[in-house]
Design a protein around this ligand. Structure first.
Ligand code: PLP
Length: 410
């Protein structure tokens, strides 16, 4: 194996990193989930890195990297609007270095504030990431600070690999670990350690279908640049894998699968609803792959890395509404109703009688396409499940009201 030396080197660094970061990072829980085991059809454990300091695993790599350079540089610079920003800011504060985090001008205010909260100076520059990175490079040069790459650095990769030591400490045997891939630092670290200490473990990578850069690069045999589409897993949006991470992934990873936006949203919803756990999109793709049959879970013990929980609050209600609709707990129906007194109240009684709880009603008399002397009524209601929604529609039909479902559950 040509990369054997590289992989062993990363594993050795990860062992050292594990001793160093212990004091400053949490050992996060690894828990068996009966609900997700049932949904995946095998034994599923979740590794809760969303409960890590700063809300994501990124702090592991940042701590180790900053520790290693702390005596050479007075400060550090990073270009990131995501978890790397907070990880580097946190690590710099721990080791007493200055931190400058360069974020794109469009960075959400919540991320800016969180990063400032760890004592970093935040500079807003650039609309696309390449511009932001250029500014970060310039600041690093002007001030003599170290630029900390988010993934393509052996110490960052080794720091992320410390997760694997915790997995081995907590569980004597497991068959596969399912890991989100952005630039590939997380999976490269975990894979280097596991391939060194437990070589028969399968490492499976997961990317959003909107950004399959590693999958495309493996097909091409070299790191290739893609144009990502919008995804809720924003932490995984990288145009091209690093050369270092690509080398490690090519040698260690058993397979890469992709997940759709709906599947990611569903996994976030289920983690909230069943697990009472908040994951961000990037953090939920591993579970999405297991419960949507992208990764074979039968007769196997799988670990899904829930890599982060820093989701923008404005996304959560949309995910909840989508999830409720999908599960038949929220429905929107429409029908043409004779425009006469008492009709609406009859309809609402039929719905309420079957435990439908009305959230909203729209009543339209103006649309010229309406049948004569009718109004279009659209009703949104909470329902106890898909069966009840069907029952409500057929009860309305038998009373002479022709309603149809506007929002399909699945
Ligand atoms: C929550 C979360 N998960 C996964 C990743 C992917 O990590 P990597 O870029 O090391 O592949 C990121 C990257 O920012 C992230 O923030």
């Amino acid at each position: 194996m040509p990369e054997d030396g590289l992989i062993r080197d990363i594993a050795a660094r990860a062992k050292e990193a594990y001793k160093i970061i212990r004091e400053y990072a949490h050992k996060t829980p690894l828990k068996l989930s009966t609900t997700f085991s049932r949904l995946a059809g095998g034994t599923v454990y979740l590794k809760y890195e969303n409960l890590q300091k700063t809300g994501a695993f990124k702090v592991r790599g940042a701590l180790y990297k900053v520790y290693k350079i702390k005596d050479e540089y007075p400060g550090v610079v990073a270009a990131s609007a995501g978890n790397h920003a907070q990880g580097v800011a946190y690590a710099a504060r721990i080791f007493g270095l200055k931190a400058v985090i360069v974020m794109p001008e469009t960075a959400p205010i919540s991320k800016i504030e969180a990063t400032r909260g760890y004592g970093a100076e935040v500079v807003l520059a650039g609309r696309v990431f390449d511009e932001t990175l250029n500014v970060a490079m310039r600041i690093a040069e002007e001030r003599g600070y170290a630029l900390i790459h988010a993934f393509n650095d052996p110490d960052i990769i080794a720091g992320q690999g410390t997760i694997a030591f915790e997995l081995m400490e907590n569980l004597d045997s497991f068959d596969q670990v399912v890991v989100p891939i952005g630039g590939g630092g997380l999976i490269s670290g975990i894979a280097s350690v596991l391939k060194t200490y437990r070589p028969y473990t399968d490492i499976i990578g997961v990317e959003p279908a909107a950004c399959p850069k590693t999958l495309e690069s493996l097909k091409a045999g070299r790191p290739v640049r893609i144009e990502p589409k919008a995804t809720i897993a924003d932490g995984l949006v990288v145009k091209q894998p690093g050369d270092l991470t690509f080398k490690i992934i090519r040698e260690t990873v058993s397979g890469i699968v992709t997940v759709e936006e709906d599947e990611i949203a569903h996994a976030i919803y289920l983690l909230l609803e069943r697990g009472k756990v908040l994951a961000e999109g990037a953090g939920a793709v591993s579970l999405a792959a297991l419960i949507h049959g992208k990764v074979e879970a039968r007769n196997r013990t799988s670990i899904a890395i829930i890599s982060g929980g820093n989701i923008d609050l404005t996304h959560i209600y949309k995910i909840i509404l989508r999830g409720l609709t999908r599960e038949g707990r929220l429905a929107r129906i429409s029908g043409y109703v004779p425009d006469a007194p008492g009709q609406l109240s009859r309809i609402l009684t039929i719905i309420a009688g079957r435990r439908g709880n009305i959230i909203g009603i729209q009543h339209d008399r103006i649309d010229p396409r309406l049948p004569a002397w009718h109004a279009k009524v659209t009703i949104t209601f909470e329902a106890p499940g898909e069966e009840k929604i069907k029952e409500i529609i057929s009860a309305l039909k038998s009373e002479g009201y022709d309603f149809w479902l506007e929002l399909e559950s699945s």
